[in-house]
Design a binder for this molecule. Sequence first.
Ligand code: KG4
Ligand code: ZN
Length: 327
Amino acid sequence: MRILGIETSCDETAAGVVEDGVRLISNVVASQARLHAPYGGVVPELASREHEVNLIPVVRAALEPAGGMGGVDALAVTVGPGLQGSLLVGMTFAKAAAYAARLPAYAVNHLEAHLAALRLTRAPPEPPFVALLATGGHTALYDVTAWGDYRTLGETADDAAGEAFDKVARLLGMPYPGGPPLERAAAEGTPAFDFPRPMLKRGWSFSFAGLKTSVALRVKGLGEGETARRRADLAASFQEAALEVLAAKALRACEALGRERLAVVGGVAANERLREMLAAGAAAVYCPRPGLCGDNGAMVAAAGFLAAARGEVLDAAADPAPSLGLG
Ligand code: KG4
Ligand code: ZN
């Protein structure tokens, strides 16, 4: 069964084709990062308009290796969580395209799609496993007892991990999205500043707002002619603090639940230092390829296969679900 997956929940317009939920045929992503960069974050109205411009060419390119719309058996589209207007563009397109091509369409939860990206790797983790999901909008720990069966262990009480990277990068004068430039800067510095590790020892929840404020206070204290070196040290110090909390809690959850496997997904999972920290623990660590960590259409197609098995058809009257949860 070949599924065309469509993703427009935030600032990537993306489409991909996946066979039987596991074999990647195509994956095309049009990033809007440069459009939003001058504003330091995603501007919802601009995002929706840009999805409208990019979606048809992106879908065409994704369908090419599959032999066009005739080469797929179903569609899948992200219905939430995400930006209302952006979700609406993808959903409206999917409803119309499915109707015109007389194909079924399935409703996909964006968070499950990040997890389903694991199934596109050569050796996906077998449930049960613990999953750490860290994106620009979400940070959570799940116990995955079966594909489709997710129990939330903890979530962030305020900012998401990726959001903290974006905000700290902005404080340090780096462009949006801040994760990749901040990781590069951190590699040039040393973690000389001792920032707090919020909720490191306590429970399964996260909090990154206080850590961001600590960095902001330090940045304010920097002198005029402060060197790039000092900024790299700040980047490294923030990164160590944020990633240590993510890694320690995820590894501790494995221990507490007796899980031997740990998966890490979402945009922040592309971070090499995070992967290094997790690899130092006792669990076997699984991550999607870097290109499948951030938002993409193939992960939606992979999750569409799971949604299809559960009969989660996209109703013609379905509305976007901006604050949809998982587990
Ligand atoms: O999963 P994703 O593409 O979109 C959402 O669903 O939010 O995640 C994007 C987030 C951004 O906040 C971005 O700065 C962060 O992932 N990110 C990173 C790295 N690459 C992307 N954070 C830390 N290190 C990275 N290498
Ligand atoms: Zn995402």
